[in-house]
Design a protein around this ligand. Structure first.
Ligand code: SAJ
Length: 415
């Protein structure tokens, strides 16, 4: 089979770049999303998210007619599902977006089609997707019953791109291809080979699901180690950045960076899927999550303690995004910290976030002001670095030396 038309469901941080990259290879791509605003934006050749070079690629592929966005799925040879998989109460995975995606693509499915689930998923989700599709399309056969002879082929191929480097990593990263049968894997590899330069490794869908969760849990556990170390160092009056730099000179030590906590919709979420599947066994993984989730409260307490020395403290928080040089505020520890500071009535709270133009309503309602870096430097007596955005890293000693500094990212570690 050669792929001439592909339908990508979910046009967010993963779906849109994937759709645009595939379209740039000359394949017709139909992007499907539930948001009319998102569809209209893309069809104008514009983007609704910040990701380096994505705007140019979307504009180019829309202009040449290879990328088009719609509300409904259309018949295609392959369907790529890239919808969110957040957690709900009790850190239980919420598969409702995958279920909705199944309902969206079901009417368009035809014999011979390939369906790929890219969303990060708890173990067993791909089999669930296949079972849902089976119920929605009883006229077609699926791999859980028909294996190699199924009408529809299904695979889990988790996305592994790093926000901020998505376009480059989409092409260069290796892929894990977890087919529900060998034929499913073979077809999925064929599709990825249209744009992936990295290797494609095949396995079954459950191992592919667990591999993705394992990668993000590995990172979470390692960040938890760094965060715990930073708290220990505060107590022992040791500069954690110097300590880590020194320890990392050992050939087999590579400690990550402490920070204000772990954010985003991946690392702060995915380990819970393992904990949910094996609650008795996932002790370290759960503990790492708890350590990282507790870090924002620790930072708030440090700032509150520092604010006592001022009659009317003005606290400028540098950065709201969950990490450097992106606009994504989802699950951001910085947002959590800024809100908690506002709620603790410490004084005036200013937020500097160069990647957004207005504050989300909950921050506005809390009385937080979005200001320029210049204004923050003029007014603040306490500076709290929450994100290591590029413009903050250019600040000099003279810019900040009259202020109390709480640097959770270590950008002023050399001053
Ligand atoms: N962080 C630290 N210290 C560090 C590294 C990160 O505090 O040393 C914090 C960041 O500031 C951020 C959070 O962790 O708040 C997560 O950032 P990240 O850069 O580690 O990861 P994400 O969430 O942007 O992307 C991760 C990546 N996974 C791994 O590196 C194992 C990416 O490859 C995945 O595709 C992505 O999750 C995903 O979609 O699952």
């Amino acid at each position: 089979m050669t792929f001439e038309k592909i339908c990508v469901v979910g046009l967010g941080y993963i779906g849109l770049p994937t759709a645009a990259v595939i379209a740039s290879r000359g394949i017709e791509v139909i992007g499907v999303d539930v948001s009319k605003r998102v569809i209209d934006t893309i069809n104008r050749g514009e983007v609704h998210i910040v990701e380096p070079d994505l705007d140019m690629l979307v504009q180019a592929t829309v202009n040449i007619g290879k990328l088009r966005a719609t509300l409904l799925a259309e018949p295609a040879q392959a369907f790529i599902i890239a919808v969110p998989t957040p957690f709900k109460e009790g850190h239980k995975p919420d598969l409702s977006y995958i279920h909705s995606a199944a309902k969206i693509i079901a009417p368009a499915l035809e014999k011979g089609n390939l369906v790929i689930l890219e969303s990060t998923s708890p173990v067993g989700a791909t089999e669930k997707l296949s079972a849902w599709l089976q119920v929605l399309r009883p006229d077609l056969s699926f791999p859980q019953t028909a294996a190699e002879n199924a009408d529809i082929h299904i695979a889990h191929c988790p996305e592994r791109v790093l926000p901020g480097h998505v376009l480059e990593e989409l092409v260069s990263n290796d892929r894990i291809v977890g087919g529900m049968s060998k034929k499913c894997s073979d077809l999925a590899i064929k599709l990825y080979k249209t744009f992936v330069r990295g290797e494609c490794y095949t396995t079954n869908s459950r191992t592919a699901e667990m591999a993705k969760l394992t990668e993000n849990s590995f990172r979470d556990v390692n960040i938890a180690f760094a965060n715990e170390l930073s708290i220990i160092c505060d107590k022992l009056q040791i500069n954690v950045w110097e300590l880590i730099a020194l320890a990392n000179r050992h050939p087999r030590v590579n400690i990550l960076n402490p920070g204000p906590g772990v954010g985003g919709h991946c690392i702060a979420v995915d380990p819970w899927f393992i904990v949910d599947s094996a609650p008795e066994e996932a002790i370290l993984i759960r503990h790492a999550r708890e350590i990282n989730d507790a870090k924002p409260n620790y930072v708030v307490k440090q700032v509150v303690d520092a604010a006592v020395q001022f009659k009317k403290p003005v606290i400028a928080c540098l950065g709201l995004a969950f990490k450097a040089d992106i606009d994504d505020l989802r699950e951001s520890p910085a947002v959590d910290i800024v809100l908690k500071l506002a709620q603790s009535n410490q004084g005036k709270i200013l937020a500097v976030e160069p990647n957004i133009s207005h504050l989300p309503p909950k921050l506005q309602e809390a009385g937080i002001e979005l200001v320029s870096l210049k204004k923050a430097l003029e007014e603040a007596n306490i500076l709290v670095v929450l994100v290591d955005h590029k413009p903050f890293k250019t600040l000099t000693h003279n810019d900040i030396n009259t202020k109390v500094i709480m640097d959770t990212r270590g950008i002023f570690r050399h001053f």
